[in-house]
Design a protein around this ligand. Structure first.
Ligand code: NAX
Length: 327
């Protein structure tokens, strides 16, 4: 039997936090045999709400949940953390320029990176959910020089799951028929969901749909799904985002199945022409607690153009945070 794993969740009193914590505590993040200690990080005004959530967690009497601690101090919340889910972020408000958004998030992810560097466990794995996720991950990573760079990742698993669901519905097949889907690039409207390497019942997905649907319906539907959810619910994706965060960490820790891969934004090693160090989404497998970029895929001109555009946006975000002195 494995010892307890300490999981820190930031933005714990937010709507994703509310959907996430109960699934972590019930064993879905790490596995049904792994005890969990939860650490919740919130800003001071939200501590009371976090305490309310902790009361509900207690009321579930989850067999795997050993403790819940709440703090507004990153040095306390990340102490001994094995897994950190960085969900809390500064949203873009009306009239906010990109520079202001990046700066506000720098004020969150810089001290969190420093705290992770100082007090987290040696095997810390970080998933950034809070937007702009890829660049927030880059900021946190830059302030944690003692943590191996590849432990900082950002979430594109929700986009991945959305793409699988859209394709399955179009072809009227179960989601389990779809393998090797890839989201490339940034978690933003420029992301590229790739059907040229994806398989449906073992056959190339792009060959089973017409190109106009792929280009004019599928890609924009996946990329703009977040906005469609806001339009319908009056609030942004929460349970599906929490589910994707669970999937990302579960794959990272427990591995991806043979004959399939998933999507995650991880530091580039230069593969597929993505500049080294950018935290960009790739096709990845996971084994022994490590993500690896799937190698050797041929990239056609259609895909190349879209991957390059999204990667270009990531490079611009990196240059902007560099210009602001955040990395
Ligand atoms: P909420 O506004 O409901 O919750 C955010 C919480 O973070 C709040 O409780 C706030 O007090 C807390 N917070 C703010 N600053 C903090 C800090 N410095 N330390 C600790 N906590 C802090 O947002 P929610 O709907 O939960 O979304 C959270 C983030 O996920 C947003 O940035 C959102 O854009 C992002 N998303 C990312 C997705 C992805 O696929 N990567 C999809 C879903 C979601 O939109």
């Amino acid at each position: 039997v494995q010892g307890p794993v300490t999981v820190t969740v930031t933005g714990a009193a937010g709507q994703i936090g509310y959907a996430l914590l109960f699934r972590i505590a019930s064993g879905h993040l790490l596995g049904p045999d792994v005890p969990v200690k939860l650490r919740l990080l919130e800003i001071t005004p939200a501590l009371k709400a976090a305490e309310g959530t902790a009361m509900e967690l207690a009321d579930c009497a989850f067999p795997l949940l050993q403790s819940v601690d709440i703090s507004d101090d990153p040095r306390v919340a990340f102490d001994g953390a094995n897994v950190a889910l960085l969900v809390g972020a500064r949203p873009r408000t009306k009239g906010m320029e990109r520079g202001d958004l990046l700066e506000a998030n720098g004020g969150i992810f810089k001290p969190q990176g420093e705290a992770i560097n100082a007090v987290a466990a040696d095997d810390i794995k970080v998933l950034v959910v809070g937007n702009p996720a890829n660049t927030n991950a880059l900021i946190a990573q830059a302030h944690a020089p003692d943590v191996p760079a590849e432990r900082f990742t950002a979430m594109t698993r929700l986009d991945h799951n959305r793409a699988i669901s859209q394709l399955a519905s179009k072809l009227d097949v179960p989601v389990t028929a779809i393998k090797k889907l890839t989201i490339w690039g940034n978690h933003s409207a420029t992301q590229y969901p790739d059907l040229y390497h994806a398989e449906v019942n073992g056959k190339v997905a792009a060959e089973q749909v017409d190109e106009a649907w792929l280009r004019d319906t599928f890609i924009p539907t996946v990329a703009k799904r977040g906005a469609a959810i806001i339009e319908a619910r009056g609030a942004s994706s929460a349970a599906s985002a929490a589910n994707a965060a669970i999937d990302h960490v579960y794959s990272w820790v427990n591995g991806t199945p043979e004959g399939d891969w998933t999507s995650a934004a991880i530091p580039s090693d230069g593969s597929y022409g993505v500049p080294e160090g950018l935290i960009s989404s790739f096709p990845v497998t996971a084994k022994d607690g490590k993500f690896q970029i799937v190698q050797g895929l041929e990239i056609d001109a259609f895909s190349r153009e879209r991957i390059d555009a999204s990667v270009q946006e990531l490079a611009e975000e990196r240059d902007a945070v560099r210009g602001l002195g955040l990395i």
